[in-house]
Design a protein around this ligand. Structure first.
Ligand code: SF4
Ligand code: SF4
Length: 424
């Protein structure tokens, strides 16, 4: 089996196809700390792409409550269990070697365990390119199962704490996890398809299923670790998130020819989502693009982390982890970069404060930002160190270099005139 380099794991790994990379890659950052689980994103996607017969259960975008929720039910617990089982049987360890982390090609260290592709070679199911399973109909039945259901830190119901919560980790907790296809660098869905019906677009890395080639074997459903391809019984083929590609191509009538964010991103009420395109070199490395907001958040500030990097698909969705959740849980979900990411988010740098203001500031994709410095508006001491907020202004530019947004750290206040008092 060919070897490919996975920078999220800091090493080469087995993958059924040799490396070939797009010129740019669709990617996104979600700030979990801000999500209010309003499901506006979910409905924006559903009402655009999956409102027809046979698509009733298809939620290409979903927001689930962790730790108990999941769509399909227990998708991650089941796969983590299968990965664990393979490690146990082979006597291997799924640890991260974090001693030399920080370099561009191993920012989180080196993952020493097996990915889903490597585990498949060590499992009894030799017919699979990646370990996985096809969910039952029961498991697809409730997209928001266990909504808002909390757990105690030791998973014992009587230990749920009613005491006031305090950071760093709450004794009783839950959080919302926003999910869609990660348009992975090494997609398991693509490698599993016996028809060659799944492809990754060279211009933007979006992963699509060719509906005319698909014969509904559902190998992609079984082997995508994130369970994002879904089978449509009325047409007998599989479907998945298409990253709203007409918008990315600048073909939406509202877009004036500029690339636009997807429907789920643009609709986000909590302003937790920022989506864009990052530039990829022929060697698969992200080209240095210091003032692309995604490059800054993921590669420079390292405040946003991939979801379950140990699966090995190099997902292109990144998350700012929730501050109040026990670290052990977060380490399993986002890898060893969690502590640094939370530290950076808790006491944000001047630049990070400004870039966070770009989330949902424009429907057009921000390709570059610049910061105009403003006055200091707040200061305090945190952990014995001085920390300040500045009212800087961040300006976002489109692909063609046009200014598309300008927003300051301190949001302007609007006072409603007296005549509207109690008018509704
Ligand atoms: S998340 Fe799943 S469906 Fe999407 S590209 Fe990755 S493997 Fe394929
Ligand atoms: S629209 Fe935004 S805030 Fe609302 S559920 Fe979706 S991600 Fe969360």
């Amino acid at each position: 089996m060919p070897e490919v380099f996975n920078w999220q794991l800091g090493r080469k790994m087995d993958y059924p196809y040799a490396e070939r990379h797009p010129r740019s890659q669709f990617a996104f950052v979600f700030n979990i700390n801000r999500c209010i689980a309003c499901q506006t994103c979910t409905m924006a996607c559903k009402s655009t792409w999956t409102f027809s017969k046979g698509q009733e259960y298809m939620w290409w975008n979903n927001v689930e409550t962790k730790p108990y929720g999941g769509y399909p039910q227990s998708w991650d617990v089941r796969l983590l269990g299968m990965l664990d089982e393979t490690h146990r049987k082979t006597g291997r360890n799924a640890q991260w070697e974090t001693g030399q982390r920080g370099a561009a090609d191993r920012p989180y260290g080196v993952y020493e365990g097996m990915t889903i592709f490597e585990a498949a070679r060590n499992s009894e199911r030799r017919d699979q390119v990646a370990i996985g399973y096809e969910p039952t109909e029961q498991e697809w039945r409730s997209p928001n199962f266990y909504e808002d259901t909390a757990t105690g830190s030791e998973n014992v119901p009587e230990k749920l704490s009613m005491k006031p919560a305090s950071l760093p980790a709450h004794a009783t907790w839950f959080f919302y996890l926003q999910r869609l296809c990660n348009h992975c660098t090494y997609p398991a869905c693509l490698s599993a398809c016996p028809r060659g019906a799944i492809y990754k677009r060279p211009e933007d890395g979006i992963v699509l299923i060719d509906q005319s080639r698909c014969r509904g074997y559902r190998k992609c459903v079984g082997q995508c670790p994130y369970k994002k391809p879904m089978f449509r019984a009325t047409t007998r083929v599989s479907e998945k998130c298409i990253a709203c590609y007409p918008r990315i191509e600048g073909k939406d009538p509202l877009t004036e020819g500029e690339p636009m964010e997807t429907r789920c991103m643009a609709a986000c009420v909590g302003k937790i989502r920022l989506q864009g395109l990052v530039q990829i070199g022929e060697d698969g490395k992200w080209k240095e693009d210091r003032y692309n907001p995604l490059y800054y958040l993921i590669k420079v500030e390292k405040v946003a982390l991939p979801l379950y990097p140990q699966f090995g698909t190099e997902p292109n969705g990144y998350y700012i982890p929730p501050r109040w959740v026990p670290r052990q849980y977060l380490h399993q979900m986002f890898g060893p970069g969690v502590d640094e990411a939370i530290e950076k988010y808790t006491y944000p740098s001047r630049e990070l404060m400004a870039v966070l203001a770009l989330f949902r500031a424009s429907q057009k994709i921000v390709f570059r930002y610049e910061i105009i410095e403003g006055p200091k508006i707040f200061e305090r001491t945190v952990n014995g160190k001085p920390w300040s907020i500045y009212n800087d202004t961040v300006v976002g530019y489109s692909k063609n270099g046009k200014e598309i947004t300008r927003i300051s750290v301190e949001e302007p206040k609007y006072v409603r005139p007296d005549k509207h008092y109690n008018s509704i």
